[in-house]
Design a protein around this ligand. Sequence first.
Ligand SMILES: C[S@@+](CC[C@H](N)C(=O)[O-])C[C@H]1O[C@@H](n2cnc3c(N)ncnc32)[C@H](O)[C@@H]1O
Length: 321
Amino acid sequence: MPNREAATRLNSRTATAAPPVAVKANFNSIYDRPDPRAYFRELYGLDYIIPELASPVFSALVSKLEQLRGRPLRILDIGCSYGINAALLQFPVDLDRLAKRYANMSESDIGPAQLAMLDRSYFRSWPRRQIEMIGLDASAPAINFARTTGVLHNGVVGDFENHPLPQEAKDHLSSIDLVISTGAVGYVTEKTFAKVMAAIGEPRPWVASFVLRMYDYGKIATSLQSTGLETEKLTSTTFIQRRFKSEDECREVTSRLTELGIDPAGKESEGLLHADFYLSRPGDAVAAQTLGDLVSVAQGTRRAFGRRYLNRPGEPIRLVR
Ligand SMILES: C[S@@+](CC[C@H](N)C(=O)[O-])C[C@H]1O[C@@H](n2cnc3c(N)ncnc32)[C@H](O)[C@@H]1O
């Protein structure tokens, strides 16, 4: 049965005022390091799991769009950092595996350049999903690292909240099929999205964003609407981003949510930041399949299971670990 209740259309009337980024803890010092070890230590240390929870959702969208476009996709990750979404989408690795890998490589033993080359070999040793990943981030070191490891095929560095997109960046962005983001809205607003969308051109991409509940997506949705995309919010599910860093952050975020009329009970009140999922698509795609049907969230799928049988369409049954 079509799952119409699982989504709401977003328009300017559903928009709320954007809170200052300062309500949230500040992680700027870990975004600009030459490799992701501090990033993992700090954020994974706070159980930052949104890329892991987002990955099956993005993966379902990739499958659907591949089917519609009949070719491998070009995907842009806004606020991509060290390319974690790109790694999870392309390779059969999970966040736990990556975090353990980096935790075992101390900075005193292995420098960033050597780590990037080790990662390059590491990722090459896995089977890869055929997609082209482009990253956009204000951090040049993060993009450089992800490009060297090969998880990003190309990168756009810059703060497009405050600067125009250079021509070279526009060239990288043309004909992107899917725009994704996790943990980026708040840092990036409708200003960045509008510049990116203008550079992408036709056919219009789909835009899939995981957004902390305290951030307004209304202005981004309005800007996407002016490019022909309708935005829906998945209302049946929220996605845990991480736990609060401090008592102050807990107090600030929960009171901010209450001010916005969003009830933190059972979610942020339990010590965890939650994100909503938004998908923007052309109207004909929205009419053809509901968001609730497109994104069916199965819990527990990323757990490490024992040996199991796979029976995928067009493939023989096989036993995998
Ligand atoms: C919480 S991290 C999320 C990284 C990644 N998406 C993930 O989930 O692992 C936020 C990222 O936004 C980037 N960022 C901050 N301001 C930005 C801006 N104006 N434009 C692009 N990226 C920005 C930071 O450099 C950082 O990599």
